[in-house]
Design a binder for this molecule. Structure first.
Ligand SMILES: NC(=O)c1ccc[n+]([C@@H]2O[C@H](COP(=O)([O-])OP(=O)(O)OC[C@H]3O[C@@H](n4cnc5c(N)ncnc54)[C@H](O)[C@@H]3O)[C@@H](O)[C@H]2O)c1
Ligand SMILES: O=C(O)C(=O)C[C@@H](O)[C@H](O)[C@H](O)COP(=O)(O)O
Ligand SMILES: [Zn+2]
Length: 361
C-alpha cells in the first residue's frame, strides 16, 4: 500500500492506494463512526457494496443508498433524494458518508456531505481510473442544465481509500475516460517520462499492473501537490483544468452522459494544444497526442457535429472566466501551464480552425 498526504485549510487527510483496500475501509479512517451511510451507483453496488459493508465492525450501523449509474445523477433531484434517505436513516454529525464509486458518486456524495446538516464527514472510495483525479482535492458538485459542476463546494474528505483491484471490472470506455485525466496530469507535470509512459500503452484495459500503479501514483502526486498549494483555485489549481474549457462545453452541449468526461477532456486538450502552439509559437509535438487519441478511439469527430456557436456560448460560462473573456489553460511547453484570456471572437476563430482540422482527419 502507498500513502500520500494532502493538507488543507482545516487539516489534512491521507490517500491510501493499494489492491484489496475495500475489505479494510474502517482501518484507514481517522476515527470510528456510529453510522456510515454508503452512497453508490447501480453498477458499482452489485460489484463492491457487500465487501465495503462487511469491512465495518458490527458495532457500526451501515446504511446504503443506490443511485442510477451515470452523469445524469449529478442532478438536484438525486441530490435531494440522497438527503431524504440520510434524514430517514438518522444520519447525524457523528456519522460519515462513504462515496463508493467513480467521479459521479464522489462529486454527488461529497456535495451531499458538504450540505447535509451544514457538513458531515465523508470518505472517498474511488472505483474508476478517472477517480484518481476526482477523489482528491475536495471539488464536489452537481450539474446545472446550463453548465457542468455549477452548483458545488470545496469540501475535503477525511480519507481517500483507493482499492486498485476494483479497476479490474472497468469497461474499455471507462479505461479510456480515466486515461485522459492521467495524461492531463502528465502534460501539466514537468516530466517527459510520465508522458512517454502514457504513450507507451497499447491497450489501456490490459495495462501492466506495475505501470498502472506508477501512473496512478504520479497522477495523484501531481494533483495532491497542486491542491495542497491552492485549495480554492485562486491560482495554480486552475492548471488542473487543462482541456476542460472546451470539454465542459461539449458535455453540456451533447447532453450529460452522452460522452464520458475523460473523452471530452481528451478533445479539449487536443484543442488546447493547438491553441497553445499558435499562441506561444512553440512546438508541443501535438501530433503525437493526436495520434494517441485516434489510436485509442477518443471520439474526436463529435466536434464536427456540434454547433460552434453553442459551444462558444457555453465556453463563456466557464468558472475560470472573468468578465466576458474566456480563460483557457495553455502550455508554453510540457510542464509549463499558463492561464490565458481570449475574447469571444478569438475563440470563435480558434474553434473554426479546429473544426476544419478535425474534419480532415
Ligand atoms: N471533483 C473533481 O476534482 C473531479 C475530477 C475529475 C472528474 N470529475 C467528475 O467525475 C465524473 C466522471 O467520473 P467517472 O468517469 O468515474 O464516472 P462515473 O462515476 O459515472 O463512472 C463511470 C461508469 O463506470 C461505472 N463504474 C464505476 N466503477 C466501476 C467499476 N469498478 N467497475 C465497473 N464499472 C464501474 C459507473 O457505474 C459508471 O457507469 C464527472 O462528473 C466529472 O465531472 C470530478
Ligand atoms: O480538481 C480540479 O481543480 C480540477 O479541475 C480537476 C478536473 O479534472 C475536474 O473535472 C473538475 O471537476 C473540474 O472542475 P470545474 O471547477 O472546472 O468544474
Ligand atoms: Zn476533469
Amino acid at each position: 500500500m502507498e500513502q500520500l498526504h494532502v493538507k488543507h485549510e482545516h487539516g489534512s487527510y491521507t490517500v491510501s492506494i493499494g489492491s484489496g483496500l475495500r475489505h479494510t475501509i474502517s482501518e484507514h479512517l481517522p476515527k470510528s463512526y456510529r453510522q456510515v451511510f454508503i452512497i453508490t451507483d447501480s453498477n458499482v453496488a452489485p460489484l463492491y457494496m457487500d465487501d465495503v459493508k462487511q469491512s465495518f465492525p458490527e458495532t457500526t450501523v451501515v446504511t446504503t443508498y443506490v443511485v442510477p449509474a451515470g452523469e445524469e445523477s449529478k442532478s438536484l433531484s438525486v441530490f435531494y433524494d440522497c438527503h431524504t434517505k440520510a434524514i430517514e436513516y438518522g444520519v447525524d454529525r457523528q456519522s460519515s458518508i462513504v462515496a463508493l464509486g467513480g467521479g459521479v458518486i464522489g462529486d454527488l456524495a461529497g456535495y451531499v456531505a458538504a450540505s447535509y446538516m451544514r457538513g458531515v464527514d465523508y470518505v472517498q472510495v474511488p472505483t474508476t481510473l478517472l477517480a484518481h483525479d476526482s477523489s482528491v482535492g475536495g471539488k464536489v458538485a452537481i450539474n446545472h442544465a446550463l453548465g457542468k459542476n455549477l452548483i458545488g463546494h470545496f469540501y475535503q474528505p477525511v480519507a481517500v481509500i483507493y482499492d486498485t483491484a476494483s479497476l479490474n471490472t472497468l469497461s474499455k470506455t471507462e479505461w479510456r475516460s480515466g486515461m485522459a485525466e492521467v495524461i492531463k496530469h502528465a502534460w501539466i507535470a514537468h516530466d517527459q517520462a510520465f508522458l512517454d509512459q502514457c504513450y507507451s500503452i497499447d491497450h489501456f484495459e490490459d495495462v501492466d499492473k506495475d505501470l498502472l500503479n506508477s501512473l496512478i501514483l504520479q497522477g495523484i502526486a501531481v494533483k495532491a501537490r497542486i491542491v495542497t498549494e491552492d485549495e480554492r483555485e485562486q491560482g495554480n489549481r486552475r492548471f488542473l483544468n487543462f482541456g476542460h474549457t472546451l470539454a465542459h462545453a461539449i458535455e453540456a452541449e451533447m447532453g450529460y452522459g452522452e460522452i464520458t468526461h475523460g473523452e471530452a477532456v481528451a478533445i479539449g486538450m487536443d484543442f488546447a494544444l493547438k491553441v497553445s502552439e499558435s499562441y506561444f509559437d512553440c512546438s508541443l509535438n501535438r501530433m503525437n497526442f493526436r495520434n494517441w487519441i485516434m489510436a485509442h478511439g477518443y471520439p474526436i469527430s463529435v466536434i464536427n457535429h456540434l454547433d460552434q456557436h453553442e459551444l462558444l456560448h457555453r465556453m463563456t460560462r466557464d468558472k475560470k472566466n472573468v468578465n466576458s473573456e474566456i480563460r483557457m489553460v495553455l502550455l508554453s511547453k510540457q510542464g509549463n501551464p499558463q492561464v490565458v484570456s481570449f475574447t469571444k471572437d478569438e475563440i470563435r476563430n480558434e474553434l473554426k480552425e479546429y473544426h476544419k482540422e478535425v474534419s480532415q482527419v
